[in-house]
Write a protein that binds this ligand. Structure first.
Ligand code: TXE
Length: 488
């Protein structure tokens, strides 16, 4: 692995005075760097990326009050004006796309290429445009015998959004684009691991938005709790771990804040007997290894019938062996490091549990501890029991356990028996048979012959301990609104 040069923190003169050029990497970094703030390190190299401002509960208080003051004027604009500003925000993101992708790559670790940093920045613009294009009309509920009732959707008020470190920019847009469209104002609290990326995105979007409509307060979990507990927050959108989601739900009881909780998952994929292993191998691979496995709705365990087991394993090893992993700014790489030490240790520990259980390591499983950065090699694990920790727990890294089954009903029981239910997938050539199996899976989404393929028009959310509330599409707009029934 090669290393790249350290990016020195921008000096104070760059972060004050004339507005920075946010279309350049240096300008963008200067705009979000606090010269006295906390250092952020590149997870691929250990180099300093920049320094982040650290917010406090008092900053949350000020941001929520300002957002509440700005909300009525924002909501009273015609929706066409808000749509127009969402499209202009997408234009601004596109103008700064390379700078945003470079900062995201350095801070999060994900490569520029593959379904990674450039892809994520592109998705931010796409989600804004899609939300601008949706039309959520009032629904006529009753219109007969002199009775009329309509269901309208009004803004909730102030949305407090707390985000994770895996897709920091894209998930922030998933939270704020529908919220802004519906006339809410938004305060974001990004993950403490990726604060610069989200502050940079907000700086770019705020080139076109009015003041206080969208603000970001970086900080740790305590700052997050100050936001989600705040009396002035009417709706909380959270993406992160199940344990934190549960804490947020308890805190929300006091002011009955509405909740959308997108929590962890442990998505199963089931290959059916009529699947073509070579034809599906690349999609299986990316379904599991997108963003180096650090994706909520990535495939985290794969069930394969006896009759295809060896062929699927071989096809996956062949595809996986061709995917370069390394420093994100090197154009050839499509897989990167784990984002942080905590996640690296979880992944390494779970692979060790698989080895201890007698599983076969088909590929990887042998990290180079002397290498800089949190790189864990692409790892495929076969001959593993369904109750092994690597299967039963969310590994959230570049590892896929492949479990053999001889009875489809057993595979479906295994897929459904965990406490979480975010995504799942079925792989085969007979579409009707795939749909039958899909209907038996307990998950918010089941994809056929693909996995994790989110679309701004298609609702997405979890069941069981993966949370509740839908994002995307018209259903997503309804969840950042309050229903208002008007009858006459
Ligand atoms: O999550 P946390 P972490 C999973 C993944 C990972 C695990 C832990 O398995 O190993 O979660 O990741 C803020 N009130 N996912 O530690 O702690 C925190 O500051 C309000 C799945 O990053 O839940 C951060 O901004 N906010 C997931 C955010 O919550 C609080 C993506 C998430 O942190 C808070 C990432 C509190 N009491 C990890 N405590 C997915 N669904 O995609 C913390 N925070």
């Amino acid at each position: 692995m090669t290393t790249h040069e350290t990016t020195a923190p921008a000096d104070a003169s760059q972060s004050s005075g004339a507005a920075a050029d946010l279309t350049t990497f240096d300008g963008l970094l200067a705009a979000v760097t606090d010269p006295t703030g906390r250092e952020i390190f590149d997870p691929a190299t250990g180099a300093v990326v920049g320094r982040t401002r650290e917010g406090s509960p008092a900053d949350i208080d000020a941001a929520v009050l300002a957002a509440a003051a700005a909300q009525p004027a924002w909501a009273s604009r015609p929706v066409e004006e808000r749509n127009d500003l969402l499209n202009k925000a997408a234009d601004a993101i596109e103008a700064s796309a390379e700078a945003l992708a470079e900062l995201l790559s350095r801070e999060q670790g994900k490569p520029l290429n593959g379904p990674n940093a450039r892809f994520e920045v592109g998705a931010c613009a796409a989600w804004l445009r899609a939300n601008a294009a949706f039309a959520l009309e009032p629904e006529v509920l009753v219109d007969e015998d002199g009775t009329h009732a309509e269901l309208h959707y009004a803004p909730v008020g102030v949305v407090g959004a707390v985000g994770p470190w895996n897709w920091p920019m894209m998930i922030s847009v998933w939270q704020f684009a529908p919220s802004l469209k519906m006339g809410n104002t938004v305060v974001l609290k990004p993950s403490e691991y990726t604060p610069l990326s989200v502050q940079a995105l907000v700086a770019v979007v705020n080139e076109v938005l009015p003041a206080d409509v969208l603000t970001v307060v970086p900080g740790d979990g305590k700052v997050g709790a100050a936001l989600t507990d705040h009396d002035g927050v009417d709706k909380v959108m959270f993406t992160g771990s199940t344990a934190t989601g549960q804490a947020i739900m308890r805190a929300a009881a006091d002011n009955l804040a509405r909740l959308t909780l997108e929590l962890g998952g442990n998505d199963a994929g089931i290959v059916l007997e009529d699947a073509d292993p070579k034809a599906i191998a690349a999609d299986l691979f990316w379904g599991a290894f997108i963003n180096t496995g650090q994706t909520c709705a990535a495939m985290k365990r794969l069930y394969v019938p006896d009759s295809l087991y060896d062929q699927v394993c071989e096809a996956l090893v062949e595809v996986a062996g061709q995917m370069p992993m390394g420093v994100g700014l090197e154009e050839e790489n499509v897989l990167g490091p784990l984002q942080n030490r905590q996640q690296y240790d979880i992944v390494a520990g779970l692979v060790q549990a698989a080895k201890d259980g007698g599983a076969t390591i088909l590929l990887g499983g042998d990290p180079d501890e002397d290498q800089p950065g949190y790189f864990y090699p692409t790892t495929l694990v076969a001959d593993i029991d369904n109750d092994n920790a690597l299967v039963a727990e969310e590994q959230f890294g570049p590892v896929l356990p492949i479990v053999r089954y001889s009875d489809l009903n057993q595979a479906i029981v295994w897929a459904n028996e965990l406490e979480v239910g975010l995504g799942s997938s079925v792989w085969g050539t007979d579409l009707e048979e795939c749909k039958k199996v899909a209907s038996r899976l307990e998950a918010g989404s089941t994809w056929i012959n693909k996995h994790g393929a989110v679309d701004p028009r298609v609702p997405f959310g979890g069941v069981k301990k993966s949370g509740y509330g839908l994002e995307f599409g018209l259903e997503g707009l309804k969840q950042v609104s309050v229903p208002h029934v008007i009858s006459w």
